[in-house]
Design a protein around this ligand. Sequence first.
Ligand code: HEC
Length: 487
Amino acid sequence: MRQAAWALAVLGALAVWTPAAAQVGLETPPPTTPGGKRYDQLCASCHGPGGRGAQAPNLVDPVWKYGGGDAAIALSIAKGHAPQMPAFEGVLDAPAIGELVAYLKESSKAVAADANVSAPEIPSLGPPKGIVRSAVADFRVEHVVKVGVPYGFDFLPDGRILITEIAGALRIVDKGRLAPDPVRGAPTGDAASLNTYFKRGLLDVAVHPDAKSNGWVYLGTTRRIAVAGGEPFVQARISRGRIVGDRWLDDRTLLEFPLPQINAMRMAFDKQRRLYLSTPWSDHDYAGTAAAAPSQDLGSPQGKILRMTDDGHYAPDNPFVGRPGAYPYVFSYGHREPLGFAFDADGELWEAENGPRGGDELNHVRAGRNYGWPAITWGHRYDARPIASNPDQPGMEQPVVSWVPSPAVSAVAVYSGKAFPRWKGSLFVGSLKQKTLYRVVVRADRAVLQETILTDVDRIRDVAEGPEGYLYFLTDSGDLFRIVPAK
Ligand code: HEC
């Protein structure tokens, strides 16, 4: 992965947005226009990713030595500027040069507008040392274990912790110790086959609420599937198995469906033992109408929360079962990048999703509802124009919280334990880019309080309450931490 390159913009103290930073922060790969691809091949080695400057000057600020009009830029590219800037007229024809100019213009818009809507990626300082005094609880942060780049974790009934590594290993933590070897024979996905930005073979893990008797553990994996004469696609698979000793047994594939480029997925069980899965859909280059987008299409599994029985059948009372053309697994739709969700004590579902630029959301998810993406959002396109002319439309749900700028929210946990009595019922939401853990108190679908419990720690990927009532969180660096009472 490229480093997020930070520099100061010439026009002032604006942090320059790089495609790498944006991808990492907002979980969104770069635009893949023909101009963009050609730029990456021919120009990025000197002018840096996205034209943001390297050993050759940046091509996105408003300052142009040889003129910033389309014709002047095209001339610079065609004729070059001896001795350092090569002439490309022998290599590229006029339309190809035109595409490069268009790409540079798009790229510069993204930089100029970035100050408004996109939070900068802040440095990771690690967890605070000593006692942290928050509004209603004093706590300490303890390090539990370190694993490879992870995705999710869950607890077995005996207190052992399962952690997934995106490269394909399912790890076990037993009494604070990481077992040296991954679970043998567990599904791995195929990270190496993926040509997507996020090479995640193994995604989330969920332990069945009755695992004590049935032993069932659920894993989400992805792989790239080649299609003869067609476009390859990313296929997600939900598998079920049991862990006996250090082995995965009784492996069964429950469901397969295509995922988009951004392969992300969360899983959680409700009290009725139904498994919920979140699937993303976001596409920069999507040119169709909002109504025709996959996230709005009930026939597509993407941009949805799906619901199945613990055997992998769609839940019979799912809201669109029997509707012609609908994918019967759909529980709710119109989601963008739902990276986390959790149930509260009343069985209500709370979900956090990434907006485009601005417009990260916390949603109260109900069966059959439309959460609006991309028809409505409070976020912006990557060129900073608002996406939705009317972000509040009838028949579509409003978020309980809309974050602008986007912290890149990730996982959600609802606290129910005894270790922090005054946190009972609070929602804890992690964030990637802001490296923050928020506590949100919701009453009657309104966030009446939002407290930053931790900040600048690291990119928080997953959050869950442990059996002792401690709050655990997992970072993209592979550190599992837990929040324990101060005394
Ligand atoms: C070998 C390194 C190198 C490569 C490859 C290269 N450039 Fe350049 N480019 C430069 C340098 C150095 C300058 C500054 C020249 C100067 O100031 O006289 C420059 C200047 C420019 C300028 C003029 C900027 C201004 O301020 O007016 C444009 C436009 C430009 N390059 C576009 C491109 C594009 C598009 C590509 C790819 C097709 C590309 N360059 C490939 C090194 C490179």
